[in-house]
Design a protein around this ligand. Structure first.
Ligand code: A3P
Length: 283
């Protein structure tokens, strides 16, 4: 059985799984971006797979949806270089760790944000059911880890704030999970406009249908996925990803005290954030 230290290591003070080798993380700055690369950015469990699925349907020409840029070992750079089509590249990296060439080339980036309380609950389940992540025990223990940013990819707050601080450098498009659920049509339209893809209303409706939670969950059973080439890469068990897909589940987990602690930290950290105005934050 793997021990926690086999599964997690720290890089720049951030916990990464050992699926992201230290050598790869060190060499990321040598990564050669292309002007037409598109980044799908998220803190884990914010709806990355959903966004990725929408992207696949938006392009009619062949594109390659890669595994996250930070997953794998040093051979990743060469593997990415060998891709002969347009690349859609997911990442959970904070802005400061993003390879500089993406910034220099001003690549398009779409960042999906989910309210942090539901994100925390979703990540809790992911930890619990995923043998590639350390055992975390009870919700209360995990809750403290989440607040302190001691979970994979570090602090939710630092992640989002790092991307917000540099939002204009790459013209990042920010999307909100809850708004996408409420009005997927509007969100898909927004993405297609951002990417300069022309779509008529019927085509957009079709994409919304194909990427609904129920449709994607149903399709999970039919797919065989290779963990080295999926959006997540921490599991080949897609059932871990399409769990509930709801808004507000956190209410069944947070105690009154935990909720107060969370709100206090949120208010302190997000005080000056413009994005916070659009986040579906529930007290
Ligand atoms: P839950 O664990 O709350 O169910 P990610 O893709 O970033 O790992 O995020 C996974 C979360 O997004 C899971 O949340 C999953 O159910 C939800 N999700 C995946 N596809 C979705 C869809 N098409 N619509 C809504 N939520 C979706």
């Amino acid at each position: 059985m793997s021990t926690d230290s086999d599964l997690i290591h720290f890089f720049n003070g951030i916990p990464f799984t050992t699926r992201s080798s230290a050598e790869l993380l060190k060499s990321l700055d040598a990564f050669q971006a292309r002007e037409d690369d598109i980044l799908l950015v998220s803190y884990p469990k914010s709806g990355t797979h959903w966004l990725a699925e929408i992207m696949k349907h938006l392009y009619t020409a062949k594109v390659t949806l890669t595994s996250p840029i930070e997953f794998g070992d040093v051979s990743k750079l060469e593997e990415m270089d060998n891709i002969g089509t347009k690349r859609i590249i997911p990442t959970h990296l904070g802005y400061d760790m993003l390879p500089g060439d993406f910034k220099a080339k001003k690549c398009k980036a779409i960042y999906i944000i989910r309210n942090p309380k539901d994100t925390a609950v979703s990540l809790f389940h992911y930890y619990k059911d995923n043998p590639n992540l350390p055992t975390i025990g009870m919700w209360s223990t995990y809750f403290d880890m989440f607040l302190q940013g001691q979970v994979v990819c570090g602090s939710w707050f630092d992640h989002i704030l790092s991307w917000e601080e540099h939002r204009n450098e790459m013209g990042t498009l920010f999307l909100y999970y809850e708004s996408m659920k409420k009005n997927p049509f509007k969100s898909v339209r927004k993405i297609s406009s951002y990417l300069g893809i022309n779509m008529n209303d019927n085509e957009i409706h079709e994409i919304c249908k194909k990427t609904s939670f129920s449709e994607m969950k149903d399709n999970v059973e039919k797919e065989v996925s290779d963990p080295n080439h999926t959006v997540c890469s921490l599991t080949s068990n897609r059932r871990l990803i399409f769990r509930k897909g709801t808004v507000g589940e956190w209410k069944q987990y947070f105690s009154t005290k935990q909720n107060r602690l969370f709100d206090e930290l949120y208010n302190t950290k997000m005080n000056a954030s413009c994005l916070a105005k659009n986040i579906h934050y529930e007290n």
